[in-house]
Write a protein that binds this ligand. Structure first.
Ligand SMILES: [Zn+2]
Length: 468
């Protein structure tokens, strides 16, 4: 049963979101005024200031732009020249965190590994040393995404001197995405993205014989960059020191405005904060809203947040990450752990009378992950897409120049904000334990058992002794 207090708040916040266009207006400002908001770009700090001013306007407390240091990266011009069977320059861009090549570039023959699943790398590992690996972004037929950082990591491990990542979706769109986590390091070898059409051209040449190419990249790695996560709170009452953390990254990739990934999630979090702040004093737990920076370069903002605030981590009862929220007309909760959170949240959404699924997830590639690794119960709220669709399009417009505002439906943002805000009313007022924390040793053990450690090691994201 929903308490009278909760049901009164619920009616008010849901009506408020439904009748307001604030989320879409905020997204329009983020995209049109500040561009990509990618770490280190001109629009990043103005976007931070905008989010700070909005959270203050909504009445949140302890609003700050919380600084952290990381390895920065700025895009330079990238060149891909085919030398054999004939000379031809092909269109390309660097993948994020790509290092510059030595002057004169890097020259080698191409080895094509199809979709670049780990087993394909293992099968053909003896052919990779000294070569340039070509593989696509194709997910598995089951819909499981094999992360680009995994494919790049295997290429480095087996001695490749370059990595060419092909968008598996047609449309002359070159993909980007980070190759190493910026909270630790930049890439060791050049990684570049090409369109499906360019990839197909190269594969056709390979069918005739060896293909030799030269890659030249001129990106700039800055070991002393700084950025800011934006934090704001609605302080709780009788359980003020217990916290529900809610976050989404506000940065997109530098080649687009990141309207879907993840401007939509960021404004979903802001919208929930707006309507809930009007009910300050009616929640037992503190709700902490965090708009993360630099997620697109290896989940860097949230990792640095956890590193900086590790002494407060035991106060966090639940972390809800909204990367992927607001992109479709129905939503799903993806639980990283612990397992009993699945049943708890299913009960919660059933009580809310909202038709949505709660499923288990093993994804490490977003802002819930550093919290989960410290034992915090963690879940991601994202738009629901069937596995057939994921298997076919993967990220879709994401990580290309086509991730633009016109792809976002304002109604989908409302749906996301309504589910999130309504969930938060219940979670912040939960009398009992929401979910038990998982001891860090147990998480390490589980990741070892599931084989995830190997993947993280390949990605240079396995460092159980330190947060970053
Ligand atoms: Zn994202």
């Amino acid at each position: 049963m929903v308490s009278d207090l909760a049901s009164g708040i619920e009616a008010s916040i849901l009506g408020d979101i439904w009748l307001s266009n604030e989320a879409f207006e905020n997204l329009t400002v983020l995209c049109d005024d500040f561009g990509s908001r990618f770490a280190g770009t001109e629009g990043e700090r103005p976007a931070v200031d905008f989010i700070v001013s909005k959270l203050k306007e909504y009445g949140l407390e302890n609003v700050v732009a919380d600084e952290f240091a990381y390895t920065g990266w700025r895009r330079g011009e990238a060149k891909l020249e085919m030398l054999t069977p004939k000379e031809r320059e092909l269109e390309t861009i660097s993948l994020a965190m790509c290092p510059p090549t030595p002057s004169g570039g890097v020259e080698a023959d191409i080895v094509y590994l199809g979709p670049g699943y780990p087993e394909l790398f293992l099968e053909r590992k003896d052919e990779i040393d000294g070569k340039i690996v070509l593989c696509t972004s194709q997910p598995r037929p089951s819909g499981e995404m094999v992360h680009r950082r995994t494919k790049y990591g295997y290429a480095v491990k087996f001695g490749a001197v370059g990595f060419v990542f092909v968008n598996h979706n047609a449309g002359q769109l070159m993909p980007t995405g980070s190759i190493r986590p910026a909270y630790r390091m930049a890439g060791e070898i050049s990684g570049i993205g090409v369109s499906w059409e360019t990839g197909c051209y190269l594969v056709r040449q390979l069918e005739k014989g060896p293909v030799r190419v030269r890659i030249t990249t001129t990106d700039v790695v800055d070991p002393e960059a700084i950025s800011w996560n934006v934090i704001g709170e609605i302080p709780g009452g009788e359980m003020e020191d217990r916290v529900i953390a809610v976050g989404a990254h506000f940065d997109g990739h530098d080649i687009a405005v990141g309207a879907l990934d993840d401007g939509a999630g960021a404004v979903t979090v802001m919208e929930a904060s707006r309507v809930l702040a009007k009910h300050k004093g009616e929640f037992k737990r503190t709700i902490r809203f965090i708009c993360f920076a630099a997620e697109e370069i290896g989940v860097t903002g949230s990792t640095c947040y956890v590193d900086k605030h590790i002494e407060e981590i035991n106060g966090i009862d639940l972390m809800i990450n909204c990367d992927g929220a607001g992109r479709a007309d129905s939503h799903v909760y993806r639980v990283s752990g612990p397992e009993h959170l699945v049943g708890y949240l299913q009960g919660l959404v059933d009580r809310m009378n909202y038709d949505m699924r709660v499923v288990k997830s093993s994804s490490a590639a977003s802002d819930h992950w550093p919290f989960y690794l410290q034992g915090v119960p963690a879940v991601t709220l994202s738009a629901y897409r069937g596995f057939e669709e994921v298997a076919r399009v993967g990220r879709g417009w994401g990580h290309t120049s086509a991730d633009t505002l016109d792809k976002v439906n304002p109604k989908h943002l409302k749906d996301a904000a309504m589910v999130l805000a309504q969930s938060l009313v219940h979670l912040a007022n939960e009398e009992g334990v929401i979910a038990e924390r998982t001891p860090v040793d147990e998480i390490v053990m589980r990741l070892e058992k599931s084989g995830m450690v190997e993947t993280l090691r390949i990605q240079r994201k396995w460092h159980p002794g330190s947060i970053r």
